[in-house]
Structure formats: structure tokens, C-alpha cells
Design a protein around this ligand. Structure first.
Ligand code: G3P
Ligand code: CA
Length: 313
């Protein structure tokens, strides 16, 4: 059945219309089963913040990402021994935290928030990247998710990855409760969502879906090949609004297959502009990058329909 444009416009707003036009051109059904997609498209997703130029998952990296035009800042989350959701990529502290070994090494889940807050989150970056080192990065602290939400509640959109959910029973409830305390879930405005939740774990995403059926979910895929991922799409559609495969598995056939299932396709992690442009030309709806400045320019150069970075439909 042909879509009724006035109904769709009321339901989803201008940003979603742009998203739908892209999906409809790919043969996607635009009927009532269409997911609400009021998300910037193509989306510039700052992977761990602007983490090429600043220490990942710090306020410095997030501030820079937003200044560079990112639509989303990404958070990977874990939980401390005293039950606080914190933002860092690894399940252990060793790679990115510096300080006394007793507090700053080993598993995050075996340390209290006070312990992990005592660690330096920028020193490692300066040592690993001397040409990008800055004195101001020394002394940065690992943020809690609550601190990130509060700092960017009106200026940013959050793209939160539930890492290693098997290590943290109940983390989905913790996350949704925290988002609820800031008013951005469990009911998410379909026209102007401020949060997306992603995971490699289908089970974890389905738990989030039960807690908040309107929370936009993205199913992550490792580099398992275009055909294998395409075979999983119809199942994903039952709980998620899109997929995010490793860029090595993305080809035009997968983009088309995702759009046919009314699923967005985001992909990770791309820092080279020619690759960004190639993925955008294939129809990718968003790219995780450590270099949001390059991606913002690539989106502009691609000629794809887009919204300004600061546009909230
Ligand atoms: O979440 C997308 C991408 O970030 C997955 O890889 O290891 O950087 O979290 P990773
Ligand atoms: Ca991630």
C-alpha cells in the first residue's frame, strides 16, 4: 500500500522524512511497520569521542567531537563493584588508566568508583601519541555515564554500547533506569531521540527492548561477512532499528538488504575519508569514526541528503 505522506510527516517529522526517502529509494516498505527513525542521516558517530585527537571516553574527547560536528558521541559502558555505570572501552583498566596498580589495574567490576576515579585517564594517550599529546590531558578522569548524560543532555546525542553484558547481570535495567532519571527513556521521542543503544549481544538488546520498546537499538556485527549478516536481518528487525557491521563486511548488497528490511545501516570504525565517501555512496546511514571532523566533511562532500549537525527535528 502506498504511504500517506501527511501521516508519515506528522509521525516522524522532517528528519525522519529524509531517512525514509533514503530507505524508500532502496525499496523499503514505508508502511505502519516502519520503525520511527528521527535520527540524523547520515550520522556522524564519534567513536569513543574524537578519540584520534584526545583520550578516548573523556570529556576532552566528547567536547571536541561535538565541536567537530558529531551527531552522536559514543559510550562503551561497564559497572563498578559498587554498582555505578562508567564509561570506558575495556573491561579492564590496564590499557587506559594510570595510577597505583591496586586501584588502576585489573577488572573494572572489581573496583569501586572511588578507586577508578583516582586513576589518570589521559596519561596513556600522551605517551602513546606524542605528536598529539597535550598537557591538559594529564589528570583527566574516567566519567560515569550519569556525568556524561548531564554534561551533554542538551548539546549531544548518546550512542551507548552495552559491553560484555554477561559480566554485569541486570545492567540493562540499570541503564534504562539511569536514562529514565534524565528523561530520555524508556519512552523515546521518535521524532527527536537523544539516545541509541547498541550491543553485539542480541539477548542484551532484547532485554532493553522489553524495558523500553521505543528505545532505538542497533545490533552490532563483527567482521563476519556481508552474506552472513544479511541472513540475520529479518530477525533483527523484530527488536532493532538498524545494524552496525564492521566496515570490512559492508557492501552495496548488504546496504540494500538492510534497507529492504527497513533497517538503518551504520558501520564502524572508519577514519579515512575515501572509505567514508565510498560507504556513503553505497548508502550507509552512519559511520563510527575517531575523526568526526573528517566524517563531517565527507558527509558534506557526499551530497547525501542531510541535516545540520545541530538540527533537532
Ligand atoms: O560500537 C561500535 C564499535 O565501537 C564496536 O567496536 O570495540 O570499538 O567497541 P569497539
Ligand atoms: Ca563501541
Amino acid at each position: 500500500m502506498a504511504p500517506d505522506p501527511s501521516r508519515i510527516e506528522k509521525r516522524l517529522g522532517q528528519a525522519s522524512i529524509l531517512a525514509i526517502l533514503g530507505l524508500a529509494a532502496a525499496g523499503c516498505r514505508t508502511d505502519e511497520s516502519m520503525k520511527p527513525l528521527g535520527l540524523p542521516t547520515p550520522a556522524v558517530i564519534a567513536h569513543r569521542g574524537a578519540s584520534y585527537a584526545a583520550p578516548e571516553h573523556t570529556f576532552a574527547a566528547y567536547d571536541l567531537a561535538i565541536a567537530q560536528g558529531a551527531d552522536f558521541i559514543e559510550q562503551d559502558i561497564h559497572r563498578t563493584a559498587d554498582g555505578v555505570l562508567v564509561v570506558l572501552h575495556d573491561a579492564t583498566l590496564d590499557r587506559t588508566m594510570r595510577g597505583p596498580a591496586q586501584a588502576c589495574s585489573g577488572a573494572v567490576r572489581e573496583h569501586t568508583l572511588a578507586e577508578v576515579k583516582s586513576c589518570d585517564a589521559g596519561d596513556w594517550f600522551n605517551s602513546a601519541n606524542p605528536s598529539r599529546a597535550k598537557a591538559e590531558y594529564l589528570g583527566l578522569r574516567l566519567p560515569t555515564l550519569a556525568e556524561v548524560l548531564d554534561r551533554y543532555l542538551t548539546t549531544g546525542r548518546f550512542y551507548i554500547e552495552i559491553k560484555d553484558p554477561e559480566l554485569y547481570p541486570g545492567i540493562e535495567s540499570d541503564l534504562v533506569a539511569l536514562l529514565a532519571s534524565r528523561g530520555i527513556a524508556p519512552v523515546v521521542d521518535p521524532v527527536a531521540p537523544r539516545v541509541v543503544v547498541q550491543s553485539f549481544s542480541e539477548a542484551s538488546l532484547k532485554r532493553v527492548h522489553q524495558l523500553g520498546p521505543t528505545i532505538p537499538l542497533i545490533q552490532l556485527f563483527s567482521n563476519s561477512g556481508s552474506a552472513a549478516i544479511a541472513g540475520a536481518l529479518s530477525g533483527v528487525r523484530g527488536y532493532a532499528v538498524g545494524i552496525a557491521p564492521h566496515a570490512g563486511s559492508v557492501d552495496a548488497a548488504l546496504v540494500e538488504a538492510a534497507h529492504r528490511e527497513c533497517l538503518l545501516l551504520h558501520t564502524y570504525t572508519v577514519d579515512a575519508q575515501p572509505e567514508m565517501l565510498a560507504l556513503l555512496a553505497m548508502g550507509a546511514d552512519g559511520i563510527f569514526t575517531n575523526r568526526p571532523d573528517l566524517m563531517r566533511a565527507a558527509v558534506g562532500a557526499s551530497g547525501r541528503a542531510m541535516l545540520p549537525a545541530n538540527c533537532s527535528p
